[in-house]
Design a protein around this ligand. Structure first.
Ligand code: PEP
Length: 251
């Protein structure tokens, strides 16, 4: 299973800035990426085509939407469909990022609708999960992860190709705070995720990638990436700079 080194550019970068970052990243990593790694960039909708034009055709590269609406088309002002993302070169889309859950108020049920509709539409989906600091302090980490996985994957067929689903464990308190989860916290959560995946996908659970996200930087990535059940990283802040993300990709 190849490790997935994923960037999330959130609501940053104009088209020309995105293109420049993509070019810097490509120049630093092309020809150097280990065989067992792949790179993914989730970019704002307006920059997807620009990023695709830089990386398009690289076999180790995946373009991703940051969000989508679970319908083919229709009267959903301000939303974007899986079909439109695919048209811009996307093979993936994020669902349930903590900012969507906690800033935009998306429920686990709605996230589940996005995951199943995205998969049906031919996208591969990255389901983001993770607890808040209050939930961690209340000893509810496993309860929260369990609920988010249960509802997020509720309508995914058991025979789905394992490479089409990625789970990103991102403790909310570690996102954008500089406070990375410790190795034990990461391994404990990822082991729990793997066991839950085994219940849902008894045959292929070991082939589903589980990423860690939350203040990953060039200086801590090498350690995180070798932890048990960590199959890659999802990086926000440190992915905005092409040089910095290239160090993470090659860490
Ligand atoms: C993220 O946006 O998914 C994320 C993990 O952000 P950061 O790396 O900045 O914590």
């Amino acid at each position: 299973m190849k490790k997935l080194m994923a960037a999330n550019w959130k609501m940053f970068k104009t088209r020309s800035e995105a293109e420049e970052t993509a070019r810097t990243l490509l120049s630093k990593i092309d020809g150097k990426i280990p065989e067992d790694r792949e790179v993914l960039v989730a970019a704002p909708f307006t920059s997807l085509c620009a990023v695709d034009s830089v990386f398009g055709g690289k076999p180790w590269f995946h373009l991703s939407g940051e969000n989508m609406y679970p319908a083919e088309e229709g009267a959903f002002t301000g939303e974007i469909s899986p079909h439109m993302l695919k048209d811009c070169g996307c093979g993936f889309c994020l669902a349930g990022h903590s900012e969507r859950r906690h800033v935009m108020g998306e429920t686990s049920e709605f996230v589940g609708e996005k995951v199943s509709f995205g998969l049906k539409s031919g996208l591969s989906m990255i389901l983001c999960i993770g607890e808040t600091i209050e939930e961690r302090k209340a000893g509810k980490v496993q309860q929260v992860i369990d609920e988010q996985l249960e509802k997020g994957l509720a309508d995914v067929p058991a025979q789905i190709l394992p490479e089409r689903i990625v789970v990103a464990y991102e403790p909310v308190w570690a996102i954008g705070t500089g406070e990375v989860a410790g190795p034990e916290e990461i391994v404990e959560a990822h082991t729990f995720v793997r066991k839950k995946l085994e219940k849902i996908f008894p045959e292929k659970f070991n082939e589903i990638r589980v990423l860690y996200g939350g203040s990953v930087k060039p200086g801590n990535c090498a350690e995180i990436i070798t932890l048990d059940n960590v199959d890659g990283v999802l990086v926000g802040g440190a992915s905005l700079d092409g040089e910095s993300f290239s160090q993470i990709v090659l860490a």
